[in-house]
Ligand binder design. Structure first.
Ligand SMILES: Cc1cc2nc3c(=O)[nH]c(=O)nc-3n(C[C@H](O)[C@H](O)[C@H](O)COP(=O)(O)OP(=O)(O)OC[C@H]3O[C@@H](n4cnc5c(N)ncnc54)[C@H](O)[C@@H]3O)c2cc1C
Length: 445
């Protein structure tokens, strides 16, 4: 029997060659062939899908733009991929309420642009912001460079509309920063990676758009000199809106094979710092910063205009895709440690002798540790290397994922290394919200 026959308000894709792009995301994980891909155009499609999934025993795998890095949206056995890219709705800004409403299908770049058109700012900026969908960023609680100052996606969500296992759409939260009526259930959905239901719309908090940027390239001869810097800056009350870095290996590769802007990057290793508060381009601010940097300030370069600033960020944004193109079998992790323990982390990594290169969000301790040769590494050895890496992050008070989430890629490690009481609590919540286990089966827990 065809479990998807006459599905209302939906496009159904079944052709094997058309299903192929849905078997993967931007992680190293590949899924199995789904029963179909369904692209809903309205609530009736989802309501009916939920009903049939429960009756027929198949799973529903929510998918945004497929840029995730944890295998969260790839299909597992006997599932239907629900591609939310055609979910209807308009983006509306309310300057009085300092908020914006948008459907899950809205490209994040359009959400950010809509806010900017009103002189407002939606800070979450995963480096995939030009290609990912709002729904995916909500479901993964995406981070990005600006998380250093502005926090993760969840800090910017006022309310979410989600379709749950009863087939109905429920609204969690209100369009105000103040809503204290009991535990915030909506926050459970943020970062839930599709295991509790479909996020369909959201209302997001905005803030006035920063108008002034000091974007700095900080090249260093000895890259370990960078490791105490985030803690020192913050300890002195300086809060960059972004503090990113490339280790010597990543920088050398970018310089040798990257685009034109990358070939000009200075230093043995390099940090990108950006400040966005009023007055950050003034002489007094920059002098204070240089005093704090001491000898490191000798080779400091400051972007002189918006074109240069955008050039620097373009290189940072393409780093992940660039490394993937050159090392298709690589595994990219996103562990996090408190910024005060960065030096200990790198000393530990050295001792583990894991062949890895690193770049990422140094300012908040969230590091993209890339095992470039993972594709050629014996699977048992690779697993041991990854477990050692995760244990190291945990031993320093960190976590095995800072922003990408658990998905399929890190599920075994997450289950093995987490506090069993917390896993039990998560499973109890899953059981309460999704008793038939239809939403994103086999992911996270
Ligand atoms: C080049 C590059 C750079 C990146 N940089 C960053 C970064 O700086 N910071 C960061 O945090 N991430 C980053 N990512 C990872 C990724 O882009 C983000 O996680 C993004 O938030 C995923 O959005 P998506 O729409 O592609 O989601 P998908 O990959 O389609 O899905 C991700 C997860 O969310 C679930 N999901 C998607 N939509 C919904 C929905 N509407 N309802 C319920 N569940 C849903 C899926 O089931 C899956 O578990 C990067 C990825 C790339 C390729």
């Amino acid at each position: 029997m065809d479990v998807l026959s006459s599905l209302p308000e939906a496009t159904v894709i079944r052709d094997l060659s058309d299903l192929e792009p849905f078997l993967r995301d931007e992680s190293h994980v590949r899924g199995v062939a789904p029963l179909a891909v369904v692209r809903p155009h309205g609530p009736q499609a989802l309501r009916e899908l939920v009903r049939r999934a429960k009756a027929e025993g198949f799973g529903l795998v929510p998918r945004g733009a497929g840029t995730g890095k944890a295998g969260g949206c790839v299909p597992t056995e006997r599932t239907v991929v629900v591609d939310l890219s055609a979910w209807p709705g308009a983006t509306r800004v309310s300057p009085q309420d300092l908020c914006l409403s948008a459907p899950a299908s809205a490209p994040l770049r359009e959400v950010k642009a809509a806010a900017e058109a009103h002189g407002l700012f939606y800070p979450p900026d995963p480096n995939s912001w030009e290609s990912c969908a709002l729904g995916g960023t909500l479901a993964t609680n995406a981070g990005g460079p600006n998380a250093c100052k502005y926090g993760m996606t969840r800090h910017w969500v006022l309310s979410v509309d989600a379709l749950l296992e009863d087939g109905e759409i429920h609204t969690f939260g209100i369009s105000s920063v103040k809503d204290n009526s009991g535990p915030a259930l909506g926050q459970l959905l943020i970062g839930s990676e599709g295991i509790f239901g479909f996020i369909l719309d959201a209302t997001l908090r905005l803030t006035p758009l920063p108008r002034e940027f000091a974007t700095l390239l900080l090249p260093v001869k000895c890259w370990e000199d960078l490791l105490d810097l985030p803690g020192r800056l913050m300890g002195e009350g300086l809060l960059p809106s972004a503090f990113e870095f490339f280790d010597p290996a990543v920088l050398a590769e970018l310089r040798a094979h990257g685009p034109e802007e990358a070939r000009r990057l200075p230093g043995e290793a390099l940090a990108i710092l950006e400040f966005d508060e009023r007055g950050c381009t003034s002489e007094s601010f920059l002098e204070g910063l240089m005093d704090l940097l001491g000898p490191l300030a000798d080779r400091l370069e400051i972007a002189s205009d918006e074109r240069q600033r955008q050039g620097i960020w373009a290189v940072r944004r393409m780093t992940s895709a660039f490394l993937k193109e050159h090392h298709p079998g690589k595994v990219s992790e996103d562990i996090v440690v408190p910024r005060s323990r960065l030096r200990e982390f790198f000393e530990g990594l050295d001792q583990l002798r894991i062949p890895a290169v690193t770049y990422g969000h140094l300012g908040d301790g969230n590091l993209h540790v890339n095992l470039l040769a993972a594709g050629e590494t014996e699977p048992g050895l690779l697993e041991r290397q990854l477990m050692d890496l995760f244990r190291l992050a945990l031993s320093l008070g960190g976590a095995l994922s800072g922003e990408h989430g658990i998905g399929l890629a890190k599920r075994n490690a997450f289950l093995a290394l987490s506090d069993p009481a917390q896993i039990r609590a998560l499973r109890a919540i899953k059981q309460a919200l999704d008793p038939c286990g239809i939403f994103n089966p086999g992911k996270v827990i």
